[in-house]
Design a protein around this ligand. Sequence first.
Ligand SMILES: [Fe+2]
Ligand SMILES: [Fe+2]
Length: 314
Amino acid sequence: MSFNRYDKIADIIEQDFKQVLLLEHLGITFIVNEKTVEEICKENNINPDLYLHFAMLFANKTTSSVPDFNSDDIKCIVKYLQNCHNYYLNERANKIIKYVKQISEETHCTGIRLLDDFVKKYIDEIKKHFAYENEIVFPYMISLANNGNNLANYSVIEYKHHHDNIDDKLADIKGLLIKYLPFDDNNNLRRKLLNCLFDLEHDLKIHTLIEDTVLIPLVEKFEGKPSKYLSKNIKTSHTDTNTDKTLSEREIDVLKLLLAGNPNKEVADKLNISTHTVISHRKNISSKTSIKSLAGLTIYAIQNGIIEVTDFTN
Ligand SMILES: [Fe+2]
Ligand SMILES: [Fe+2]
């Protein structure tokens, strides 16, 4: 699937319904009649190359390069990202919190009750992430785009270095729900919750990709520092050759010590192995369980009898 500026937007949506979110995030009205990408973009003052690049990301298509965007595009991208933040917090996050709360109130499963807490902390984390972007990063970028030079005592390099990946914990929550947490009669609620999580994950991945591979390099160009981001950070896909998902005894020892609050160095000392080996065990544990965060691994470990709830609460 590849799109061009003469495609009708209605046809693109027919092929991939998720594209309606692209319209919403760009502030374009949903009624598109028989209009093409070029016509709708002209009406809404959006660069068609930008629309097509984002549409390709929405369709999970990799593009060979990012088009050469300009200062007006910075403003359009920032508006898109701000609309995304509002959508995530006002719509998706509230629904996720509501479903998890509902599930945790109806269950005696400790793992699910811990998940309630995990989800709330995760949402607080993304709120902080968005607030930093809304209050510091985006106003700086808009000012740079309007004035053509850097008037603030700030650089996008600061943002680039602190731009955390906010997808990992979301993937953990999803993984726990699909693989490890029992739901009794609540399959209906689990489906609704998973639906929300999948939608948020898809959108959030594109969002972060736009920030990292489009916006940051573009602003760096304006600041006069060509981006090394793309060449440094392109991830190559790999096939997971580790088919045995059972944790080894050593991995369980490492996991227990990590969950007891020991940093890598102390785990290494206690097990008489190197820190490098501990890190390697951590990678294997995450790869086998598909869970990266310690909060997610705690729930996994309780569900699988590796630790007792009392170990965790004492
Ligand atoms: Fe963002
Ligand atoms: Fe971000």
